[in-house]
Design a protein around this ligand. Sequence first.
Ligand SMILES: [Zn+2]
Length: 173
Amino acid sequence: MSRYPLRAALLSSLPLLGLTLATADEMHHHGKHVHGEVTVNLALEGVTLIAEIEATGAQVLGFERAPRDTAERAAVAAAEVWFRSGREMIGVPTAAGCRLTASAFTPPKIGSGHVDFRGRYTFTCADPAALAWAEPWALRRMQGVEKTEVNIIAPGVQRQEILRETAGRIALR
Ligand SMILES: [Zn+2]
């Protein structure tokens, strides 16, 4: 068995998922920028669950230009706090005992073109066998989401799902 099973699993699935162990900043060159579309990458290996959320400024803020007033500046600040915290991004069964152990997020530059928000969250789960599903809570706080691409790697699972709704659970088995 590899000494770094998670890394091996992620790297071997790179072409499908665009997942790497790179920082959020390096991730900037990956992914596509399509208004209305969100990408969620989920990778489960051992006790570690990694969730990546990628969305445009149009979905996260409702705009991609420089903020024009106090309310818009507050919206940008709140979005950055949210993405940095990793809270209310992904829901999983309580029984799995998952704890957020790392988050990676580099605030995007706003005011010079299109804007992407990308966060990467690492959870350590006490009972990964209880991880039957994940729920993309992040979508609830976004706007105008028409399509969510979900890429999943879990033991015995490697697939992509397209969600048209902003609520609902994704099976991890
Ligand atoms: Zn855009």
